[in-house]
Design a protein around this ligand. Structure first.
Ligand SMILES: Cc1cc2nc3c(=O)[nH]c(=O)nc-3n(C[C@H](O)[C@H](O)[C@H](O)COP(=O)(O)OP(=O)(O)OC[C@H]3O[C@@H](n4cnc5c(N)ncnc54)[C@H](O)[C@@H]3O)c2cc1C
Length: 562
């Protein structure tokens, strides 16, 4: 990476976002406004309205002036316009603002129905005293989500690259998945991109180029270099840990939360971004406690913040490449150089999609062909035809997500139907979307294009077909990330890690201790496994979270024995 000299960038003016509270009873209205000002006044302007109509006027005025609105908190029972009606109207004007209903106990049923129908974010019951317990935590949570979204519109970084260059794609993915607000400038389309390169003296074969707010320009940085410049934690603070977690998906993050909250010196190492596969899911519908579903990005951000709050260290954009036992110590090697040592290690590295095997595919990977759903590329598919390969839930979710941008989404399934592999709710959603077409017994025979994917050859029951496409997203089963675990950790024929009773009787590895292995312990004592990477795992967010949490209990027992 070359660092090219500083360039000045103009700062955007700062506006405090608004919180709007609505109630027809003046004493209640004054009390809520006072409480909100006390807690949130430093960062937000707290506005109030005495009726639904007055609130609707305020919303229109804010919209007209282009001012940001973070939250509307409305009483349900108001003459003329109910709280739910107002919150529905608010969504049209401010789709991203959080919306919460204030209800009396007797209205709880109506509130729950409204949450489902009008997709209201939360309901709070009156009275809300003490606000520190019954009002502020919920609103802090909602405002945290709002801010995480809103911050993405105020770019900290400008990234100049070629749309179909794998290195540019990798840099965009890194920024997007780590929630760094950035502006993407395509050197082949944006005049400004070429001007910026001229100013910095960077040639277009040294891309991507990253322009930071402080004026620094990075030429063709590696992911680790970019992460370091952006201030991501990439190096450990301690010499020795109780628990080293490898992988920051749901399993690893759950272990980090439980480990750190129960007093273990805990470090988590993640090679891309917290959230793992779940972080790529546009909507997780079946996770307990979220009746409206939640996006993978929100789940990842919340879990990351929770783990940090309990004191876990999270190193990102750091890959673990090896594992060994040195006496009682368990030591992992980092790709960026260096090692981490601890009493125990949790293997939570999940799975990666299997590669599609057809002529032209590997050459165009990252240039229109992607494994898993790529949020940044999905946005570029506006009004074009895209193809999704796979018949499981991940493929179905990707098809639904892509249909919001693409003109046509073709789902190719090798089997005879989706029923055997996809959840019923997704099959119904797909059937209801006109732009999605499912083709069974159909496969990709070849891919072609000059510097990016342009055409696919398909083969199916009705013969062969050539198709112009903008992108291909592949979801065809998973292989575990376990090349790095070394010989002392037994794996099954496909590479998934054996644990518990199976570790105790593994033919290839003799269990030498007097006790049996703990339930999630591998053939190497003190090394545990959780989530998708485990032999016979369930491949769901909830089970990964469950195993990550459980593993900490066994780690305590191991440490007590050691
Ligand atoms: C698009 C999509 C949609 C899905 N939707 C749902 C859903 O709606 N409901 C549901 O229950 N499940 C869903 N799943 C499945 C669910 O996401 C997984 O079961 C879950 O994420 C598994 O969690 P995990 O922590 O075991 O592994 P992963 O989520 O795979 O996380 C593993 C992490 O380890 C990191 N890693 C790998 N190797 C290394 C290394 N050597 N060094 C450092 N880090 C490493 C990876 O970068 C990754 O972040 C979906 C999956 C996908 C892909």
């Amino acid at each position: 990476m070359a660092i090219v000299g500083p360039m000045s960038t103009p700062e955007a003016p700062v506006r405090r976002p608004a919180l709007l509270v609505v109630d027809d009873e003046p004493p209640v209205l004054r009390a809520v406004q006072r409480d909100l000002r006390t807690r949130f006044g430093a960062d937000y302007r707290v506005l109030r309205a005495g009726s639904g109509a007055e609130a609707a006027d305020t919303l229109r005025e804010l919209r007209k002036r282009g001012e940001p609105l973070a939250l509307v908190l409305a009483d349900q029972r108001m003459p003329g316009m109910t709280g739910v009606e107002l919150l529905e109207a608010a969504r049209d004007l401010f789709p991203k603002a959080k919306r919460a209903l204030l209800t009396a106990y007797a209205d709880t049923g109506a509130a729950i129905a409204a949450i489902n129908r009008a997709q209201i974010d939360y309901y709070l019951q009156k009275p809300w005293d003490p606000p520190e317990e019954r009002l502020f935590p919920t609103l802090e949570d909602l405002l945290g989500d709002w801010q995480a979204d809103a911050s993405l519109t105020d770019p900290e970084v400008r990234l100049v690259g070629h749309r179909f260059s794998p290195a540019s794609h990798e840099a965009r993915d890194l920024l997007a998945r780590n929630r760094v607000p950035y502006e993407w400038l395509d050197v082949d389309r944006d005049q400004e991109a070429r001007q910026l390169l001229d100013l910095a003296g960077i040639s277009s074969d040294r891309l991507p180029a990253v322009f930071l707010r402080d004026g620094t320009v990075l030429e063709s940085p590696t992911p680790l270099e970019l992460a370091g410049r952006l201030g991501f934690p990439t190096h450990a603070e301690l010499d020795f840990y109780d628990l080293i977690i490898v992988g920051g998906g749901p399993a690893g993050l759950a272990a980090a939360v439980y480990g750190a909250s129960e007093g273990l010196r805990t470090v988590l190492v993640e090679r891309e971004a917290p959230g793992g596969q779940a972080g790529q899911s546009s909507r997780i519908e079946n996770y307990l406690g979220f009746p409206n579903g939640l996006s993978g990005a929100d789940l990842a951000r919340r879990a990351h913040d929770q783990a940090r709050r309990f004191g876990a260290e999270l190193l990102t954009v750091q890959e673990v490449t090896g594992l060994e036992a040195r006496g009682p110590q368990r030591v992992v090697t980092l790709a960026g150089g260096g090692e981490l040592a601890g009493h125990t290690v949790l293997v939570a590295t999940g799975v990666a999609y299997r590669r599609l095997d057809a002529p032209g595919i590997s050459e165009l990977e990252g240039r229109g062909i992607y494994y898993g759903a790529s949020v940044v590329e999905a946005e570029a598919c506006h009004d074009q035809t895209v193809v999704v390969v796979g018949g499981a839930n991940s493929a179905g979710q990707a098809a639904v997500y892509l249909s919001r941008q693409a003109k046509r989404v073709l789902v190719l399934v090798r089997g005879t139907s989706l029923e055997a592999s996809m959840s019923h709710y997704l099959i119904e959603q797909i059937a209801a979307i006109e732009s999605i077409e499912v083709r069974t017994r159909t496969q990709v025979a070849a891919a072609s294009g000059s510097d990016h994917l342009e055409r696919l050859a398909l083969t199916g029951p009705d013969g062969d077909e050539e198709l112009d496409v903008a992108a291909l997203f592949v979801f065809i089963g998973a292989l575990p990330y376990t090349d790095w675990v070394g010989d002392r950790v037994a794996r099954d024929g496909r590479g998934f890690v054996l644990s518990g009773p199976e570790a105790g009787v593994a033919q290839s590895h003799r269990w030498a201790l007097d006790r049996d292995p703990f339930l999630l312990e591998t053939t190497l004592p003190g090394v545990f496994v959780a989530g998708d990477v485990r032999h016979r795992s369930i491949k769901r967010v909830a089970s990964a979270v469950g195993e990550g949490s459980m593993s900490v209990q066994f780690i305590h027992e191991y440490l007590a024995d050691a």
